[in-house]
Write a protein that binds this ligand. Structure first.
Ligand code: MD3
Ligand code: FE
Length: 224
């Protein structure tokens, strides 16, 4: 008689140890989905390549006159920029004068899937800011306040080298917590966490098998 050597129903490892399927509340409305994007890492990196072939990474200048150490580009109907004038969203890439590259369908699916899992169904972003970090790069604490409606969440996707991410509350003086964000981690920031101050500490050197000495972060937003 046939008797299988092993149980033939595969149980995802995570469910044995983690009844919430990899979900971790960072604060009210802030949900960390560890590894949520990992299965799509190659496709995501290929999509970043395709976007940056049309809209290359660049170091933008803040209204205060400082060049950002993070290199940035965008895709979608709107793209976030900073220059000597202001922080704002634009329909066109100021470097080319042409519309930002289209939002890859995978970005839309991932954003909607993650937002849905975190309790924000029907999220349709129209802007994706793509950040590139190299060892020594940092992003000072700030709020994301250039979007029209803070009722929509922001979904962030980390790829490549890990980063020490810090986030606090709506006031600059609110205490900050630190969390490590690694390859494939996704965070959904909605509800009361939407206006939390947040930043990225100086990236440590390292080598990632898929991205080398780099970290990429996608922030998917409904800007308009
Ligand atoms: C919390 N990016 O692009 S992602 C940014 O890793 C930005 O590149 C960081 O902050 C990065 O604006 C952090 C995590 C994140 C993104 C948006 C948020 C956290 C957030 C918006 C509100 C609250
Ligand atoms: Fe931000």
């Amino acid at each position: 008689m046939f008797r299988p050597m092993m149980p033939y129903i595969w149980v995802p490892m995570q469910s044995l140890f983690d009844p919430d399927g990899g979900m971790e509340a960072l604060g009210a409305g802030a949900v960390l989905l560890r590894g949520f994007a990992q299965a799509h890492d190659r496709a995501l990196l290929a999509a970043i390549e395709a976007v940056t072939a049309k809209a290359p990474f660049r170091h933008m200048t803040t209204p205060g006159g400082f060049e950002m150490s993070v290199a940035m580009t965008n895709c979608g109907a709107a793209g976030w920029i900073t220059d000597r004038r202001s922080y704002r969203y634009t329909a066109d890439d100021p470097e080319s004068g042409k519309p930002w590259p289209a939002m890859p369908k995978l970005f839309l699916k991932l954003a909607d899937g993650a937002a849905d899992a975190a309790g924000f169904p029907g999220f349709v972003p129209d802007a994706c800011l793509i950040n590139r970090y190299e060892p020594g790069t940092r992003l000072s604490p700030h709020q994301d306040r250039d979007e029209a409606d803070y009722g929509h969440p922001i979904v962030s996707v980390s790829l490549g080298l890990p980063a020490a991410f810090q986030f606090g509350g709506p006031k600059r003086a609110d205490p900050m917590k630190k969390v490590a964000l690694g390859h494939g981690d996704v965070v959904v920031w909605g509800g009361p966490s939407r206006l939390a101050h947040h930043g990225v500490l100086t990236l440590k050197s390292g080598e990632h098998p898929m991205t080398g000495r780099r970290r990429f972060n996608l922030t998917l937003r409904k800007a308009l």
